[in-house]
Design a protein around this ligand. Structure first.
Ligand code: SAH
Length: 210
């Protein structure tokens, strides 16, 4: 069994590392892939989607600087693994997933693990969760081809958003966005490779590769 969490040189937040240590990643991957659950790599979770690489989960979470008072919006529940890490560190987590079958499975596992501060919605993440805005932190775990304005609007003053942006999977950048006096400050966290943030209609079209 590899060291868990891995010794990443740039992940130094002890709370983030402790959360990674606590959450059983094997619960969020398909049974036949469980032997690889503690490798530092993404894995397929069905419907053409992936559970993110643990390093990327740690990097994105650290950038959000969550506190026990934070209200967080997550777009792309997927396996629910990142959701669990957020729920360990924040007060309330609002998570939106466009594929009902993934949301259903994630919800069941997260409930089995005993989380009570996660709110689930099946819907279009491009729209965010306006009724619950503003959010202290927003995390998008699928690559947006263009900046989603609704999410920017739903970020609180002083809030932090982490989002991969890029049209193709070979030219995405992970951005940290902070809202200061109504202005957006954008900082690159480096190149990444995520599955695309889609429009719900693309699922029915069968264009999403699932
Ligand atoms: N954090 C997740 C990542 C899953 S992959 C994990 O580690 O398991 C990205 C997820 O975003 C997929 O589940 C995909 O279905 C979802 N997604 C794509 N477009 C979306 C949209 N418009 N709204 C909500 N979720 C979306």
């Amino acid at each position: 069994m590899p060291t868990w969490p891995p010794r990443w040189t740039d992940i130094t937040d002890p709370d983030v590392l402790a959360a990674i240590e606590r959450v059983p990643r094997h619960r969020f991957v398909p049974k036949h892939l469980q032997p690889y659950a503690y490798d530092d790599r993404p894995l397929p979770i069905g419907s053409g989607q992936t559970i993110s690489q643990p390093y990327v989960v740690a990097l994105m979470t650290q950038a959000l600087q969550l506190t026990p008072e934070s209200k967080v919006l997550e777009i792309g529940t997927g396996s629910g693994y990142q959701t669990a890490i957020l729920a360990e560190l924040a007060k309330e987590v609002y998570t939106v997933e466009v594929r009902p079958e993934l949301q259903e499975r994630a919800k069941r596992i997260l409930e089995e693990l005993g989380y009570t501060n996660i709110h689930f919605r099946v819907g279009d993440g491009w729209e965010g969760w306006p009724e619950e805005a503003p959010f202290d932190a927003i995390i998008v775990t699928a690559a947006a081809p263009v900046w989603p304005q609704a999410l920017i609007n739903q970020l609180a003053e002083g809030g932090r958003m982490v989002i991969p942006v890029g049209k193709e999977d070979w030219n995405q950048i992970l951005w940290l966005v902070t809202k200061v006096d109504g202005n957006l400050i954008k900082e690159s966290l480096g190149p990444v490779r995520f599955v695309p943030l889609i429009k719900p209609a693309e699922i029915q079209d069968g264009k999403d590769g699932s």
